[in-house]
Design a protein around this ligand. Structure first.
Ligand code: FEO
Length: 325
């Protein structure tokens, strides 16, 4: 997909991965694909915020070329060292070898280990500012949302928050903005992303949300590193994160089982009938046939779980064991 203007002087220059179907080592099924979002800021100092997964570096560079010669890039902001966002840095830096890289101390450690020992790297901390000319960036460290190195970048004059993985979705689309896509699909993918990646980090996320809200930053656009950009109603996803991070269940039950010869399946179905007869919503999954990413998302909203397995060598079957892990 070609580059897209986000606001005056700020462009999406990332890549759409239509075909990816598993993420994070098969822990996350990406049925709708994903995107790797990188952003180019044109000012006195030309700045690239994040990059893409390495196989997509050429696409990112082509998108940058539509706007500026990549050799003119002065700054690269590395919000996160994980390879889906840093993998394109070695390729782009070949074209702009004088560019300085900005990120957290942990990001510096990671990039040095993964790619370079002698990177021109400036460590930044929360509240530090970087003037690009007419536009100014400021940084918010966000450790464990979702890696120790994670950081948000905020473009002050345009009120654009670039929070990297936070507020993202694994959602490939020819469209870039929330007002251009189906709202139901968008929120389904945002929810799945939260429940499968961020759910264990609820308390850290609550603290970070409170910290960012206390900064009173106006936010017109949230431009995450995966999926759709929130411009119509950026507070929709912020409010969703506030609610999700409280861990408040809606209700219902989820039954997940694995069966050897059908007896555990019979029990699971009978239990589900009983729950349904009591007027409680219930979902039932045979773990080896089901989408574990969807099960996790359903469990995120449920008030009760029932897990069943036939026994084998005095232990549970491997499918359910893997799921519980
Ligand atoms: Fe933590 Fe999208 O990488």
């Amino acid at each position: 997909m070609s580059s897209v203007k986000i606001v005056d002087g700020v462009f999406w220059v990332g890549a759409v991965d239509w075909n990816v179907r598993s993420f994070h080592g098969h822990t996350y099924n990406t049925k709708r694909g994903s995107t790797y979002n990188a952003y180019l800021i044109m000012d006195d100092k030309v700045t690239l915020v994040d990059s893409v997964y390495a196989p997509f570096a050429k696409e990112m560079i082509e998108n940058i070329r539509q706007i500026v010669d990549p050799a003119k890039i002065d700054y690269i902001i590395a919000n996160h060292v994980e390879t889906d966002h840093s993998g394109g840095i070695p390729e782009i830096i070949k074209l702009c070898s004088k560019a300085k890289v900005y990120g957290t101390a942990k990001c510096k450690e990671g990039l040095q280990r993964m790619y370079y020992q002698n990177l021109d790297f400036q460590v930044v901390k929360t509240g530090e500012k970087l003037s690009l000319g007419k536009k100014t960036l400021t940084f918010i460290e966000a450790p464990m949302i979702h890696w120790p190195d994670s950081m948000f970048t905020y473009l002050i004059e345009d009120a654009v928050l670039m929070p990297n993985d936070a507020f993202g979705q694994h959602y490939a689309s020819s469209e870039r903005f929330d007002d251009e896509v189906d709202q139901c699909s968008l929120m389904q993918e945002a929810s799945k992303y939260y429940s499968n990646i961020l759910w264990p980090l609820n308390s850290i996320i609550q603290r970070k949300l409170n910290e960012v809200m206390a900064m009173n930053l106006p936010i017109k656009i949230i431009a995450p590193s995966h999926g759709i950009i929130w411009r119509k109603d950026p507070m929709k996803i912020v409010n969703a994160y506030v609610n999700w991070s409280k861990g408040e269940a809606r209700g219902g039950a989820v039954i997940v089982y694995e069966t050897m010869w059908g007896a555990t399946a019979t029990m699971a179905k009978k239990i589900a009938e009983g729950i349904a007869d009591a007027g409680v919503d219930v979902k039932i999954y045979e773990v080896t046939q089901a989408d574990m990413t969807q099960i996790t998302d359903d469990m995120f909203y449920a008030k009760g779980y029932l897990i069943g397995s036939s026994t084998h060598d005095n232990n549970m079957l491997p499918g359910i064991a893997g799921f519980l892990h």
